[in-house]
Design a protein around this ligand. Structure first.
Ligand code: FMN
Length: 183
């Protein structure tokens, strides 16, 4: 695992070293206009399974196969997961908003009542997810108050069954859950 440290830069690429004059609520409001999918990043920690809801999942590279997500430094679950060295991205369907809420909340055991299985890395794969992507941690880049986590994909798959009858993806937009409607 590679650890990289970067410092905040303004739009001109100048290092600022601080949060600047931007208002945090306005930052969130404007960025909230960009819709994201919703996933649970899970890992098999020594004391048991851990997971947190993320909207920052992205595909990065095909060769080698890399993906990424961003985890806040204040996330307790990420602090417990980061030394495991592997994780699974569980892509949630629009029938799983309750799963997203659970894994973004403060329940003692977020996996209570959640059926899981294991694929390549040992990280829990949540049953009923639209897709799962099992990864080994390739690099962790410090970026402001988050870590950019880059994972090398070692196995992946989609929910079994007919794609036409499967749920659509869960979407997060302007602070709320949405579903995709066709054009
Ligand atoms: C839709 C949605 C998307 C989220 N995306 C992220 C994300 O990309 N990165 C992150 O660190 N937290 C994200 N969160 C917040 C975390 O899920 C939440 O802060 C975390 O689970 C808090 O628990 P912890 O401190 O035990 O980790 C998101 C929450 C929701 C509801």
């Amino acid at each position: 695992m590679r650890l990289c440290h970067c410092y905040p830069r303004d739009a001109m690429g100048r290092s600022s070293g601080g949060s600047g004059a931007l208002d945090g609520r306005e930052f969130r409001r404007v960025l909230g206009h960009y819709p994201t999918g919703v996933a649970v990043v899970s890992a098999a920690c020594p004391h048991g399974p851990e997971g947190l809801t993320i909207g920052s999942f992205a595909s990065v590279s095909l060769d080698p196969p890399l993906v990424s997500f961003c985890a806040g430094h204040e996330s307790d679950s990420w602090q417990r997961m980061r030394d495991v060295g592997s994780f699974c991205v569980n892509v949630l369907g629009d029938d799983q908003a309750d799963v997203s809420t659970t894994f973004a909340g403060k329940a003692d055991d977020r996996f209570e009542g959640i059926s899981t299985r294991v694929e390549a890395t040992g990280a829990p794969v949540i049953e009923g997810c639209l897709a799962w992507i099992d990864c080994r941690v390739e690099a962790v880049h410090t970026a402001g108050d988050h870590d950019i986590v880059v994972g090398r994909v070692v196995a992946l798959g989609t929910a079994p069954g007919d794609i036409e009858s499967a749920p659509g993806p869960l979407i997060f937009l302007k602070g709320g859950y949405r579903r995709v409607s066709g054009l």
